[in-house]
Write a protein that binds this ligand. Structure first.
Ligand code: HEC
Length: 139
């Protein structure tokens, strides 16, 4: 598994804590606050709001598998940042405003350097940890 995002997120924390704003919330916290209602705790797409949506929330656990074994970090971050949906319904909200601290420079796999809100990096890193997670037995 590519450790790049984890390393970047760690760098982000170091950078952010060097600034007056301090580090933002972790990816897990951001995910819980903004995403669980639709995508569910484990990213299976089974959040409490899922049943009310015309289009089921994506199962976020299979993104790496569907992308040839590479976590599609850039697509995930673009999706979260400015989501338009597969149709005009745009069921998933845009999270462009979810910003904490100044943008960090994220280096894409092809070498492009992209200023990226730390919250997006944190969320992408969290979603990467959900990959291939089995559906847990509900307690
Ligand atoms: C109101 C419900 C809702 C919320 C809240 C929501 N999503 Fe979604 N999300 C969806 C739906 C519905 C889709 C699938 C739509 C489609 O495929 O067109 C989706 C798709 C996605 C995808 C695309 C997966 C792929 O196959 O490329 C990603 C990534 C994603 N969501 C991440 C997130 C993250 C991270 C958050 C929180 C910051 C979030 N979503 C919050 C409903 C939601």
């Amino acid at each position: 598994m590519p450790p790049k995002l984890a390393a970047l997120a760690a760098t982000g924390l170091v950078l952010a804590s060097a600034c007056a704003t301090g580090p933002g919330p972790s990816g897990a916290v951001l995910y819980r606050q903004n995403c669980v209602s639709c995508h569910g705790t484990d990213g299976a797409g089974d959040g409490p709001m899922a049943a009310d949506l015309a289009l089921p929330p994506a199962d976020l656990r299979g993104l790496t598998a569907a992308n040839g074994g590479v976590f599609p970090a850039e697509r995930v971050m673009a999706t979260i940042h400015g989501y338009r949906g597969k149709d005009d319904a745009a069921l998933m909200p845009e999270f462009g405003p979810v910003r904490h601290g100044p943008p960090l420079i994220w280096t894409a796999p092809d070498g492009r350097e992209i200023p990226t809100p730390p919250a997006l990096l944190a969320l992408a890193e969290h979603i990467e940890t959900l990959q291939d997670r089995p559906t847990p037995a509900r307690q």
